[in-house]
Design a binder for this molecule. Structure first.
Ligand SMILES: Cc1cc2nc3c(=O)[nH]c(=O)nc-3n(C[C@H](O)[C@H](O)[C@H](O)COP(=O)(O)OP(=O)(O)OC[C@H]3O[C@@H](n4cnc5c(N)ncnc54)[C@H](O)[C@@H]3O)c2cc1C
Length: 404
Protein backbone atom coordinates (compact mmCIF):
# COMPACT_ATOMS: atom_id res chain seq x y z
CA UNK A 1 0.00 0.00 0.00
CA UNK A 2 1.20 3.51 -0.84
CA UNK A 3 1.67 5.57 2.33
CA UNK A 4 -0.62 8.61 2.45
CA UNK A 5 1.51 11.67 1.91
CA UNK A 6 0.76 15.35 1.61
CA UNK A 7 3.74 16.01 -0.66
CA UNK A 8 3.73 15.25 -4.37
CA UNK A 9 6.50 13.12 -5.89
CA UNK A 10 9.04 14.58 -8.35
CA UNK A 11 7.14 12.92 -11.17
CA UNK A 12 3.83 14.41 -10.06
CA UNK A 13 5.35 17.88 -9.73
CA UNK A 14 6.70 17.58 -13.27
CA UNK A 15 3.33 16.40 -14.57
CA UNK A 16 1.60 19.30 -12.84
CA UNK A 17 4.03 21.81 -14.37
CA UNK A 18 3.56 20.28 -17.84
CA UNK A 19 -0.24 20.43 -17.66
CA UNK A 20 -0.12 23.90 -16.12
CA UNK A 21 1.91 25.14 -19.07
CA UNK A 22 -0.70 23.76 -21.50
CA UNK A 23 -3.51 25.27 -19.42
CA UNK A 24 -1.77 28.65 -19.26
CA UNK A 25 -0.52 28.94 -22.84
CA UNK A 26 -3.15 27.06 -24.83
CA UNK A 27 -6.35 26.73 -22.81
CA UNK A 28 -6.80 29.98 -20.89
CA UNK A 29 -6.03 32.37 -23.76
CA UNK A 30 -8.79 30.68 -25.79
CA UNK A 31 -11.36 30.40 -23.01
CA UNK A 32 -13.25 33.64 -23.72
CA UNK A 33 -13.54 32.96 -27.46
CA UNK A 34 -15.00 29.45 -27.06
CA UNK A 35 -17.32 30.56 -24.26
CA UNK A 36 -18.76 33.15 -26.66
CA UNK A 37 -18.87 30.73 -29.61
CA UNK A 38 -20.62 28.02 -27.56
CA UNK A 39 -19.06 25.33 -29.74
CA UNK A 40 -16.82 22.33 -29.21
CA UNK A 41 -13.22 23.60 -29.48
CA UNK A 42 -11.98 20.91 -31.89
CA UNK A 43 -8.64 22.68 -32.55
CA UNK A 44 -7.87 22.57 -28.81
CA UNK A 45 -8.85 18.91 -28.52
CA UNK A 46 -6.44 18.33 -31.41
CA UNK A 47 -3.69 20.25 -29.56
CA UNK A 48 -4.23 18.11 -26.46
CA UNK A 49 -4.14 14.95 -28.60
CA UNK A 50 -0.94 16.13 -30.30
CA UNK A 51 0.96 16.47 -27.01
CA UNK A 52 -0.45 13.15 -25.74
CA UNK A 53 -2.65 14.67 -23.03
CA UNK A 54 -5.80 13.44 -24.79
CA UNK A 55 -5.16 9.77 -25.50
CA UNK A 56 -6.00 6.30 -24.28
CA UNK A 57 -2.35 5.78 -23.20
CA UNK A 58 -2.38 8.89 -21.05
CA UNK A 59 -5.60 7.88 -19.32
CA UNK A 60 -4.46 4.27 -18.84
CA UNK A 61 -1.22 5.48 -17.20
CA UNK A 62 -3.17 7.89 -15.02
CA UNK A 63 -5.49 5.09 -13.83
CA UNK A 64 -2.43 2.93 -13.08
CA UNK A 65 -0.97 5.54 -10.70
CA UNK A 66 -0.78 3.85 -7.29
CA UNK A 67 -1.31 7.13 -5.42
CA UNK A 68 -4.46 7.99 -7.41
CA UNK A 69 -3.38 11.64 -7.60
CA UNK A 70 -2.50 11.92 -11.30
CA UNK A 71 -6.01 12.66 -12.54
CA UNK A 72 -6.97 15.07 -9.74
CA UNK A 73 -3.76 17.01 -10.41
CA UNK A 74 -4.33 17.09 -14.18
CA UNK A 75 -8.00 18.07 -13.91
CA UNK A 76 -7.39 20.83 -11.37
CA UNK A 77 -4.73 22.40 -13.60
CA UNK A 78 -6.84 22.05 -16.74
CA UNK A 79 -9.90 23.64 -15.11
CA UNK A 80 -7.68 26.40 -13.80
CA UNK A 81 -7.23 27.08 -17.53
CA UNK A 82 -10.91 26.64 -18.45
CA UNK A 83 -13.58 24.18 -17.36
CA UNK A 84 -15.63 24.21 -20.58
CA UNK A 85 -12.59 23.38 -22.72
CA UNK A 86 -11.50 20.78 -20.15
CA UNK A 87 -14.90 19.07 -20.37
CA UNK A 88 -14.60 18.98 -24.15
CA UNK A 89 -11.19 17.32 -23.79
CA UNK A 90 -11.92 15.06 -20.82
CA UNK A 91 -15.69 14.57 -21.14
CA UNK A 92 -15.01 11.32 -23.00
CA UNK A 93 -13.60 9.79 -19.81
CA UNK A 94 -17.17 9.22 -18.53
CA UNK A 95 -17.91 6.91 -21.46
CA UNK A 96 -14.49 5.30 -21.08
CA UNK A 97 -15.18 4.65 -17.38
CA UNK A 98 -18.56 3.14 -18.34
CA UNK A 99 -16.90 0.73 -20.78
CA UNK A 100 -14.08 -0.14 -18.37
CA UNK A 101 -16.49 -0.77 -15.48
CA UNK A 102 -18.87 -3.09 -17.38
CA UNK A 103 -17.11 -4.32 -20.52
CA UNK A 104 -15.24 -7.57 -21.16
CA UNK A 105 -11.49 -7.25 -21.91
CA UNK A 106 -12.26 -7.66 -25.65
CA UNK A 107 -14.91 -4.92 -25.54
CA UNK A 108 -12.53 -2.60 -23.66
CA UNK A 109 -9.78 -3.27 -26.22
CA UNK A 110 -12.11 -2.63 -29.15
CA UNK A 111 -14.16 0.37 -28.04
CA UNK A 112 -12.08 2.46 -25.63
CA UNK A 113 -9.43 3.50 -28.22
CA UNK A 114 -12.27 4.54 -30.56
CA UNK A 115 -13.50 6.99 -27.92
CA UNK A 116 -10.30 9.00 -28.53
CA UNK A 117 -9.81 8.56 -32.29
CA UNK A 118 -6.24 9.30 -33.35
CA UNK A 119 -3.85 12.19 -32.72
CA UNK A 120 -4.48 13.39 -36.30
CA UNK A 121 -8.21 12.92 -36.11
CA UNK A 122 -9.37 13.01 -32.49
CA UNK A 123 -12.86 11.82 -31.59
CA UNK A 124 -15.00 12.23 -28.47
CA UNK A 125 -17.39 9.94 -26.60
CA UNK A 126 -20.60 10.36 -24.61
CA UNK A 127 -22.10 8.60 -21.59
CA UNK A 128 -25.88 8.70 -21.84
CA UNK A 129 -27.87 8.06 -18.68
CA UNK A 130 -30.07 11.08 -17.89
CA UNK A 131 -33.56 11.38 -19.41
CA UNK A 132 -36.20 14.13 -19.31
CA UNK A 133 -38.04 12.28 -16.50
CA UNK A 134 -35.05 10.52 -14.91
CA UNK A 135 -32.41 12.88 -13.53
CA UNK A 136 -31.35 12.25 -9.95
CA UNK A 137 -33.65 9.22 -9.94
CA UNK A 138 -31.78 7.06 -12.43
CA UNK A 139 -33.80 3.99 -11.45
CA UNK A 140 -36.73 5.27 -13.54
CA UNK A 141 -35.14 5.21 -17.01
CA UNK A 142 -37.64 4.88 -19.85
CA UNK A 143 -35.19 4.05 -22.62
CA UNK A 144 -35.80 0.40 -23.44
CA UNK A 145 -33.48 -2.19 -24.94
CA UNK A 146 -35.23 -5.26 -26.34
CA UNK A 147 -33.38 -8.44 -27.29
CA UNK A 148 -34.13 -10.05 -30.68
CA UNK A 149 -33.38 -13.75 -30.35
CA UNK A 150 -33.70 -14.40 -34.11
CA UNK A 151 -30.62 -12.41 -35.12
CA UNK A 152 -28.86 -11.86 -31.77
CA UNK A 153 -29.39 -8.10 -31.73
CA UNK A 154 -30.75 -5.39 -29.44
CA UNK A 155 -33.17 -2.59 -30.37
CA UNK A 156 -33.07 0.60 -28.32
CA UNK A 157 -35.74 3.31 -28.12
CA UNK A 158 -35.83 6.41 -25.95
CA UNK A 159 -34.58 9.97 -25.41
CA UNK A 160 -31.54 10.98 -23.39
CA UNK A 161 -31.04 14.56 -22.29
CA UNK A 162 -28.22 16.85 -21.04
CA UNK A 163 -25.64 14.60 -22.66
CA UNK A 164 -22.08 15.95 -22.80
CA UNK A 165 -20.84 15.38 -26.38
CA UNK A 166 -24.29 13.96 -27.22
CA UNK A 167 -24.81 13.41 -30.94
CA UNK A 168 -21.27 14.51 -31.92
CA UNK A 169 -19.48 11.47 -30.48
CA UNK A 170 -17.84 8.53 -32.18
CA UNK A 171 -19.02 6.29 -29.37
CA UNK A 172 -22.20 6.69 -27.34
CA UNK A 173 -22.47 4.48 -24.26
CA UNK A 174 -26.20 4.23 -23.51
CA UNK A 175 -27.72 2.95 -20.28
CA UNK A 176 -31.15 1.42 -20.95
CA UNK A 177 -33.73 -0.63 -19.12
CA UNK A 178 -33.98 -4.29 -20.15
CA UNK A 179 -36.49 -5.20 -17.41
CA UNK A 180 -38.42 -2.16 -16.18
CA UNK A 181 -39.96 -4.08 -13.24
CA UNK A 182 -36.48 -4.31 -11.65
CA UNK A 183 -35.73 -0.55 -11.66
CA UNK A 184 -31.98 0.19 -11.53
CA UNK A 185 -31.27 -3.53 -11.24
CA UNK A 186 -32.88 -4.15 -14.62
CA UNK A 187 -30.58 -1.79 -16.54
CA UNK A 188 -27.67 -2.50 -18.88
CA UNK A 189 -25.10 -0.48 -20.87
CA UNK A 190 -24.69 -0.61 -24.64
CA UNK A 191 -22.03 0.71 -26.99
CA UNK A 192 -23.51 2.47 -30.01
CA UNK A 193 -20.79 2.65 -32.65
CA UNK A 194 -20.30 5.45 -35.19
CA UNK A 195 -22.86 5.80 -37.94
CA UNK A 196 -25.52 3.56 -36.35
CA UNK A 197 -28.89 4.40 -37.98
CA UNK A 198 -31.58 5.68 -35.61
CA UNK A 199 -29.29 7.61 -33.25
CA UNK A 200 -29.56 11.37 -33.73
CA UNK A 201 -28.88 14.59 -31.90
CA UNK A 202 -31.96 16.38 -30.57
CA UNK A 203 -31.89 19.86 -29.13
CA UNK A 204 -28.47 21.41 -28.40
CA UNK A 205 -28.69 23.35 -25.12
CA UNK A 206 -27.64 26.97 -24.66
CA UNK A 207 -26.12 27.06 -21.21
CA UNK A 208 -25.20 29.46 -18.42
CA UNK A 209 -21.61 28.21 -18.21
CA UNK A 210 -19.12 25.60 -19.49
CA UNK A 211 -20.27 26.81 -22.90
CA UNK A 212 -17.27 25.35 -24.72
CA UNK A 213 -18.66 21.94 -23.78
CA UNK A 214 -21.39 20.57 -26.03
CA UNK A 215 -24.58 19.42 -24.26
CA UNK A 216 -27.49 17.95 -26.22
CA UNK A 217 -30.33 15.47 -26.35
CA UNK A 218 -29.67 12.07 -27.88
CA UNK A 219 -32.67 10.49 -29.60
CA UNK A 220 -32.74 6.71 -30.11
CA UNK A 221 -35.33 5.51 -32.65
CA UNK A 222 -35.20 1.78 -33.34
CA UNK A 223 -31.44 1.78 -32.90
CA UNK A 224 -30.41 -1.78 -33.75
CA UNK A 225 -27.02 -3.08 -32.62
CA UNK A 226 -25.46 -6.57 -32.64
CA UNK A 227 -25.62 -8.60 -29.43
CA UNK A 228 -21.92 -8.04 -28.74
CA UNK A 229 -22.61 -4.32 -28.06
CA UNK A 230 -24.12 -5.21 -24.68
CA UNK A 231 -21.33 -4.42 -22.22
CA UNK A 232 -20.40 -7.44 -20.16
CA UNK A 233 -22.27 -9.86 -22.46
CA UNK A 234 -25.62 -11.62 -22.30
CA UNK A 235 -24.65 -14.42 -19.95
CA UNK A 236 -23.57 -12.01 -17.24
CA UNK A 237 -26.70 -9.91 -17.76
CA UNK A 238 -28.99 -12.94 -17.43
CA UNK A 239 -27.22 -14.02 -14.21
CA UNK A 240 -27.59 -10.53 -12.82
CA UNK A 241 -31.28 -10.32 -13.73
CA UNK A 242 -31.94 -13.74 -12.20
CA UNK A 243 -30.26 -12.63 -8.97
CA UNK A 244 -32.32 -9.44 -8.92
CA UNK A 245 -35.58 -11.34 -9.58
CA UNK A 246 -34.84 -13.73 -6.73
CA UNK A 247 -34.31 -10.73 -4.44
CA UNK A 248 -30.63 -11.50 -3.81
CA UNK A 249 -28.11 -8.69 -3.39
CA UNK A 250 -27.30 -7.02 -6.69
CA UNK A 251 -24.55 -5.31 -8.56
CA UNK A 252 -26.25 -1.93 -8.13
CA UNK A 253 -24.03 -1.56 -5.08
CA UNK A 254 -20.98 -2.10 -7.32
CA UNK A 255 -22.24 0.47 -9.84
CA UNK A 256 -22.75 2.97 -7.02
CA UNK A 257 -19.19 2.39 -5.85
CA UNK A 258 -17.94 3.13 -9.40
CA UNK A 259 -19.72 6.49 -9.33
CA UNK A 260 -18.43 7.18 -5.82
CA UNK A 261 -14.89 6.49 -7.06
CA UNK A 262 -15.16 9.01 -9.92
CA UNK A 263 -16.57 11.82 -7.76
CA UNK A 264 -13.22 13.10 -6.42
CA UNK A 265 -12.26 13.84 -10.04
CA UNK A 266 -15.29 16.10 -10.38
CA UNK A 267 -14.34 17.83 -7.12
CA UNK A 268 -10.82 18.40 -8.50
CA UNK A 269 -12.25 20.16 -11.57
CA UNK A 270 -14.38 22.46 -9.44
CA UNK A 271 -11.37 23.38 -7.30
CA UNK A 272 -9.40 24.30 -10.43
CA UNK A 273 -12.03 26.95 -11.23
CA UNK A 274 -12.04 28.15 -7.61
CA UNK A 275 -8.25 28.48 -7.61
CA UNK A 276 -8.29 30.49 -10.83
CA UNK A 277 -10.76 32.97 -9.33
CA UNK A 278 -8.96 33.15 -5.98
CA UNK A 279 -5.56 33.85 -7.54
CA UNK A 280 -7.05 36.51 -9.83
CA UNK A 281 -8.86 38.20 -6.95
CA UNK A 282 -5.76 38.11 -4.72
CA UNK A 283 -3.64 39.87 -7.35
CA UNK A 284 -6.41 42.35 -8.03
CA UNK A 285 -6.92 43.17 -4.35
CA UNK A 286 -3.22 44.02 -3.99
CA UNK A 287 -3.29 46.29 -7.06
CA UNK A 288 -6.64 48.04 -6.80
CA UNK A 289 -6.53 51.21 -4.71
CA UNK A 290 -9.50 52.98 -3.13
CA UNK A 291 -9.45 55.57 -0.33
CA UNK A 292 -5.68 55.87 -0.81
CA UNK A 293 -4.75 52.25 -0.14
CA UNK A 294 -4.89 48.79 -1.70
CA UNK A 295 -8.32 47.23 -1.10
CA UNK A 296 -6.65 44.15 0.47
CA UNK A 297 -5.67 46.40 3.37
CA UNK A 298 -9.32 46.26 4.47
CA UNK A 299 -10.11 43.24 6.60
CA UNK A 300 -13.42 43.00 4.76
CA UNK A 301 -11.38 41.99 1.69
CA UNK A 302 -8.36 40.19 3.19
CA UNK A 303 -10.59 37.93 5.33
CA UNK A 304 -12.57 36.97 2.23
CA UNK A 305 -9.31 35.92 0.57
CA UNK A 306 -8.21 34.03 3.69
CA UNK A 307 -11.49 32.12 3.67
CA UNK A 308 -11.22 31.39 -0.07
CA UNK A 309 -7.68 29.99 0.33
CA UNK A 310 -8.77 27.84 3.27
CA UNK A 311 -11.76 26.38 1.44
CA UNK A 312 -9.67 25.50 -1.61
CA UNK A 313 -6.99 23.77 0.49
CA UNK A 314 -9.59 21.88 2.51
CA UNK A 315 -11.32 20.81 -0.70
CA UNK A 316 -8.06 19.57 -2.19
CA UNK A 317 -7.36 17.49 0.92
CA UNK A 318 -10.78 15.84 0.61
CA UNK A 319 -10.22 15.20 -3.11
CA UNK A 320 -6.75 13.74 -2.62
CA UNK A 321 -7.84 11.57 0.32
CA UNK A 322 -10.71 10.03 -1.65
CA UNK A 323 -8.65 9.58 -4.83
CA UNK A 324 -5.86 7.95 -2.80
CA UNK A 325 -8.35 5.59 -1.11
CA UNK A 326 -9.77 4.55 -4.50
CA UNK A 327 -6.27 3.78 -5.81
CA UNK A 328 -5.57 1.64 -2.72
CA UNK A 329 -8.74 -0.34 -3.37
CA UNK A 330 -10.30 0.93 -0.15
CA UNK A 331 -14.07 1.22 0.06
CA UNK A 332 -15.35 4.77 0.43
CA UNK A 333 -17.60 3.69 3.25
CA UNK A 334 -18.26 7.11 4.72
CA UNK A 335 -19.12 8.80 1.43
CA UNK A 336 -15.58 10.18 1.05
CA UNK A 337 -16.04 10.52 -2.75
CA UNK A 338 -19.31 12.41 -2.30
CA UNK A 339 -17.74 14.65 0.34
CA UNK A 340 -14.99 15.60 -2.13
CA UNK A 341 -17.50 16.36 -4.91
CA UNK A 342 -19.93 18.21 -2.62
CA UNK A 343 -17.26 20.37 -0.98
CA UNK A 344 -15.45 21.03 -4.27
CA UNK A 345 -18.64 22.14 -6.05
CA UNK A 346 -19.93 24.31 -3.24
CA UNK A 347 -16.47 25.85 -2.76
CA UNK A 348 -16.21 26.74 -6.45
CA UNK A 349 -19.56 28.56 -6.35
CA UNK A 350 -18.71 30.43 -3.13
CA UNK A 351 -15.14 31.35 -4.08
CA UNK A 352 -16.04 32.57 -7.56
CA UNK A 353 -18.86 34.67 -6.15
CA UNK A 354 -16.52 36.25 -3.61
CA UNK A 355 -14.03 36.91 -6.41
CA UNK A 356 -16.72 38.89 -8.27
CA UNK A 357 -17.34 40.87 -5.10
CA UNK A 358 -13.64 41.67 -4.74
CA UNK A 359 -13.43 42.91 -8.33
CA UNK A 360 -16.59 45.02 -7.93
CA UNK A 361 -17.95 46.15 -11.32
CA UNK A 362 -14.96 44.59 -13.08
CA UNK A 363 -16.08 41.24 -11.73
CA UNK A 364 -19.48 41.57 -13.36
CA UNK A 365 -18.50 42.21 -16.97
CA UNK A 366 -17.37 39.86 -19.70
CA UNK A 367 -14.13 41.78 -20.34
CA UNK A 368 -12.77 40.05 -17.23
CA UNK A 369 -12.81 36.27 -16.68
CA UNK A 370 -14.28 36.19 -13.17
CA UNK A 371 -17.97 36.26 -14.13
CA UNK A 372 -17.28 33.34 -16.51
CA UNK A 373 -15.67 31.35 -13.73
CA UNK A 374 -18.77 31.87 -11.59
CA UNK A 375 -21.03 30.71 -14.43
CA UNK A 376 -18.79 27.69 -14.99
CA UNK A 377 -18.63 26.82 -11.27
CA UNK A 378 -22.40 26.45 -10.85
CA UNK A 379 -22.66 23.24 -12.90
CA UNK A 380 -20.51 21.50 -10.27
CA UNK A 381 -23.39 21.57 -7.77
CA UNK A 382 -25.70 20.02 -10.38
CA UNK A 383 -24.17 17.41 -12.69
CA UNK A 384 -22.65 14.08 -11.70
CA UNK A 385 -25.08 14.06 -8.78
CA UNK A 386 -26.47 17.29 -7.33
CA UNK A 387 -25.26 18.64 -3.97
CA UNK A 388 -28.48 17.34 -2.39
CA UNK A 389 -27.85 13.84 -3.74
CA UNK A 390 -24.24 13.94 -2.42
CA UNK A 391 -25.60 14.88 1.02
CA UNK A 392 -28.09 12.03 0.78
CA UNK A 393 -25.31 9.54 -0.04
CA UNK A 394 -23.16 10.80 2.83
CA UNK A 395 -26.12 10.72 5.23
CA UNK A 396 -26.90 7.13 4.23
CA UNK A 397 -23.24 6.12 4.51
CA UNK A 398 -22.71 7.59 7.98
CA UNK A 399 -26.04 6.37 9.38
CA UNK A 400 -26.38 2.99 7.70
CA UNK A 401 -30.07 3.88 7.14
CA UNK A 402 -32.01 3.96 3.84
CA UNK A 403 -32.77 7.64 4.27
CA UNK A 404 -34.89 9.35 1.59
C1 LIG B 1 -24.21 20.71 -18.56
C2 LIG B 1 -24.70 19.36 -18.17
C3 LIG B 1 -24.00 18.23 -18.58
C4 LIG B 1 -24.46 16.94 -18.26
N1 LIG B 1 -23.82 15.84 -18.76
C5 LIG B 1 -24.40 14.60 -18.61
C6 LIG B 1 -23.87 13.46 -19.28
O1 LIG B 1 -22.86 13.53 -19.99
N2 LIG B 1 -24.53 12.28 -19.14
C7 LIG B 1 -25.64 12.14 -18.38
O2 LIG B 1 -26.18 11.04 -18.31
N3 LIG B 1 -26.16 13.21 -17.71
C8 LIG B 1 -25.57 14.44 -17.81
N4 LIG B 1 -26.11 15.54 -17.17
C9 LIG B 1 -27.30 15.36 -16.34
C10 LIG B 1 -27.08 15.62 -14.87
O3 LIG B 1 -26.34 14.58 -14.28
C11 LIG B 1 -28.46 15.86 -14.24
O4 LIG B 1 -28.89 17.14 -14.65
C12 LIG B 1 -28.44 15.76 -12.74
O5 LIG B 1 -28.24 14.44 -12.35
C13 LIG B 1 -29.74 16.25 -12.10
O6 LIG B 1 -30.87 15.74 -12.73
P1 LIG B 1 -32.08 16.74 -13.14
O7 LIG B 1 -31.46 17.86 -13.90
O8 LIG B 1 -33.13 15.95 -13.82
O9 LIG B 1 -32.60 17.32 -11.78
P2 LIG B 1 -33.65 16.62 -10.76
O10 LIG B 1 -33.22 15.24 -10.44
O11 LIG B 1 -35.03 16.81 -11.28
O12 LIG B 1 -33.45 17.53 -9.47
C14 LIG B 1 -34.06 18.80 -9.30
C15 LIG B 1 -33.74 19.28 -7.88
O13 LIG B 1 -34.33 18.38 -6.93
C16 LIG B 1 -33.33 17.91 -6.05
N5 LIG B 1 -33.61 16.53 -5.63
C17 LIG B 1 -33.95 15.48 -6.42
N6 LIG B 1 -34.11 14.36 -5.69
C18 LIG B 1 -33.87 14.72 -4.40
C19 LIG B 1 -33.85 14.02 -3.16
N7 LIG B 1 -34.13 12.71 -3.09
N8 LIG B 1 -33.56 14.71 -2.04
C20 LIG B 1 -33.27 16.02 -2.08
N9 LIG B 1 -33.27 16.75 -3.22
C21 LIG B 1 -33.55 16.09 -4.37
C22 LIG B 1 -32.03 18.01 -6.82
O14 LIG B 1 -30.90 18.03 -5.98
C23 LIG B 1 -32.23 19.31 -7.58
O15 LIG B 1 -31.94 20.39 -6.74
C24 LIG B 1 -25.63 16.81 -17.46
C25 LIG B 1 -26.30 17.96 -17.01
C26 LIG B 1 -25.88 19.21 -17.38
C27 LIG B 1 -26.69 20.40 -16.94
Amino acid sequence: MEPFSLSLSEEQLELRAWVHEFAEKTVRPNAHEWDEREETPWPLIAEAAKIGLYSFDFLANAYADKTGLTLPIVLEEMCWGDAGITLSIFGSTLAVAGIMANGSPEQIGEWVPQCFGSADEPAVAAFCVTEPDAGSDVSSLRTRAVYNESDDSWTLNGTKTWITNGGISAIHVVVASVDASLGARGQASFVIPPGTPGLSMGQKFKKMGIRASHTAEVVLEDVKVPGRMLLGGRERLEERLARARSGKSSSVQAAMMTFEASRPLVGAQALGIARAAYEYALDYAKERRQFGRAIIENQGISFKLAEMATLIDAGRLLVHRAAWMVAQGQRLEHGEGSMAKLFGGETAVKVTEEAIQILGGYGYVRDYPVERWHRDAKIYTIFEGTSEIQRLIIARAISGLRLG
